[in-house]
Design a protein around this ligand. Structure first.
Ligand SMILES: NC(=O)c1ccc[n+]([C@@H]2O[C@H](COP(=O)([O-])OP(=O)(O)OC[C@H]3O[C@@H](n4cnc5c(N)ncnc54)[C@H](OP(=O)(O)O)[C@@H]3O)[C@@H](O)[C@H]2O)c1
Length: 338
């Protein structure tokens, strides 16, 4: 039985992490919840008992076997290697180590055995990437994915607690007839808006979030030839990311064949009956662990191009669920792992 620590326990992902460990009955000898001095002293109810949030320190990480970390990348860069040096395996949700060649980047439905290559840290991918690769994997295995054009519609919870608060505060101000408070987390007011910018811009005109989707997809799928053309957009939705995906494959595939592949694939629910108004929706995916696909159709001109709509809860499968599944996979494939 493992001693577990949730680091970043007071955050949007950290809160879900505690919930997921409880829901999935993760086997553990003990649990501790860590964050910064800002939330130290608050408590989290886990399995019916209040647990104090403690400040992260070498002392609070000593004796821990599994760390589930969801802090900003700068904090992970400092603390995840220290936790690993103290003997823990760290599943890190930040972008700090994802592209490090010595750190596996894992989605259990896609590359579970990569967990075995860890040297103390396993990276959890970006939320938009996770749901996309879960959907692409069965297609890639059957007809080989060559090129993906994706536009995302990402919820404000993707920007953590402060992103959720910003939408809420703007909505309350509007309801009271007050001027909208100035945006802090987002570059523009998010209420009533779609912002085609997530994270900072890079010199080529893509944002860092977009380049994460390009590079992480190739690493997880183990295929550096897959072309990904992303546009990432923040929308005023509290929970779940939606994605419009066009996928070009090496061999032709029909929507029926794709539906059959997805129906048999782990972690995917097909919801594709447009005449009954049944297709994936952000609000109905919230609180669920699956990746939902629908609106499946063929390109009007090409038999090797499919279009579909893909939705998943970014705080669950896009973060906490995937992280807990990584820890479960490690326990299953390497029970004696440190
Ligand atoms: N939100 C998503 O959908 C999502 C999806 C995938 C990955 N991620 C990644 O997961 C990480 C956390 O995201 P989030 O959305 O949960 O953010 P969040 O709501 O802002 O939570 C951040 C957490 O980090 C803690 N923290 C901040 N500075 C710290 C420090 N110096 N020492 C110790 N703890 C510190 C915070 O604790 P205090 O309360 O004490 O400040 C809080 O618990 C980020 O790297 C993010 O990129 C997020």
């Amino acid at each position: 039985m493992k001693h577990v620590a949730v680091v970043g326990a007071s955050g949007a992902v950290g809160e879900r992490m505690a919930l997921l460990l409880e829901e999935r009955r993760f086997p553990m000898a003990s649990i501790r919840f860590l964050a910064s001095t800002r939330s130290a002293g608050r408590s989290i109810v886990f399995r019916g008992e209040p647990h104090p949030i403690r400040e992260i320190s070498e002392a609070s990480l000593t004796g821990v076997d599994v760390v589930l970390s969801s802090t900003p990348a700068s904090v992970s860069r400092e603390w995840s290697p220290r936790a690993a040096a103290l003997g823990a395996v760290v599943v890190d949700n930040s972008s700090a180590f994802r592209m490090d060649p010595d750190v596996p980047l894992v989605v259990p439905e896609v590359n579970p055995r990569a967990v075995l290559e860890h040297k103390g840290i396993i990276a959890n991918p970006n939320c938009s990437t996770i749901q996309m690769v879960v959907a692409l994997k069965p297609l890639h295995d059957a007809v080989r994915v060559r090129r993906v054009v994706v536009s995302t519609y990402q919820s404000v919870s993707g920007a953590g607690m402060k992103g959720m608060q910003e939408l809420e505060e703007q909505a309350q101000a509007q309801a009271r007839g007050n001027p909208l408070p100035s945006p802090v987390k987002f570059a523009h007011p998010i209420l009533g808006n779609c912002i085609p910018q997530i994270d900072d811009f890079t010199p080529g005109g893509y944002t860092k979030e977009e380049l994460k989707m390009v590079n992480e997809t190739r690493k997880i799928m183990g295929d550096p030839t897959i072309e990904v053309c992303p546009t990432c957009v923040r929308v005023p939705v509290p929970m779940s990311h939606s994605e419009s995906i066009l996928v070009e494959t090496e061999r032709p595939i029909t929507p029926d064949e794709a539906r059959e592949l997805w129906s048999g694939a782990p972690g995917i629910t097909v919801l594709d009956d447009p005449l009954a108004l049944a297709y994936p929706l952000a609000a109905s995916a919230a609180g669920r662990d699956d990746v939902f696909v629908g609106r499946i159709r063929q390109d009007l001109a090409r038999s090797n191009v499919l279009l579909f709509w893909c939705v998943s809860d970014n705080l669950r499968k896009g973060a906490a669920t995937n992280a807990v599944q990584i820890a479960e996979t490690l326990l299953k494939l390497a029970p004696a792992s440190r």
